[in-house]
Design a protein around this ligand. Sequence first.
Ligand code: NAP
Length: 253
Amino acid sequence: MSIEKFSVEKVLSVHRWTPTLFSFTLTRPAHFKFAAGQFARIGLKVKDDLVVRAYSIVSSPYDETLEFFSIVVPDGAFTSNLQHLQVGDELYLEKIPYGFLTLARYQLPLPQDLWLLATGTGLAPFISMLQDFATWENYQQIYLVYSVRTVSELAYVKRIEEIALSFGEGHNGFKFVPIITRDPHAQLHDRLPILIENGELEAAVGQQLNAASSHVMLCGNPQMVDDTKEALKRRGLTMNRRGEGNIAVENYW
Ligand code: NAP
């Protein structure tokens, strides 16, 4: 990995949600342009090696800083070092962003109802998209569905409320739907593919998935992405290719 592909950026803040979940912000160089939903490649010097990982960007394309949401992977070469991050530390940021999980990829069906389905840190790209007024203008219904194991892992809830108030002012089609899979008392506690199959997700948002109107984005656990994709296909939805179709996906790890 050639170091010239990277710029060196400073850590501006670190927020710890739980012992294994944290968010951090970096300085944003003027050359770093991205679309909401894309990811950055971040590098960390471990001994003499540059270890690089992909991170979806939480911040909006208009923000002056770059925010990321991370889990600590036990014994992971990257995050077990990154978890000790402090304000003022330096990280490497690859100069160009990556990824195709962006709303611009949808041409048909025309935007109507948007389903943003995340597990864990896969929430990141959706927070970015929701901080773009165009998202709120283009979609009549927006459902943000966020699956975590325990309620303590439900990060960003306050931020989501604030975003809905400031960006979605006057928009009455937004619903935030948490799923807490290890809490049998939670209103929704089954995994996403099951909730699609048994109709509970649609009941919770008050609308049916529909091949003629739904844009569905999946981000997070790779097995969730695969299983949910199949559940959606069984409902008649199709993968978005060359602009056409309902489903767009990103594995977060
Ligand atoms: P996770 O296991 O991805 O769980 C988060 C949510 O996704 C939970 O509600 C979980 O439900 C659900 N889920 C898991 N598998 C699913 C499936 N096949 N279909 C539908 N839903 C599913 O938890 P996490 O805390 O985000 O990550 C767990 C581990 O993944 C970490 O400890 C780490 O080792 C690894 N990870 C690695 C990276 C990386 O960058 N390498 C990034 C994130 C996570 P259940 O409670 O039913 O399992």
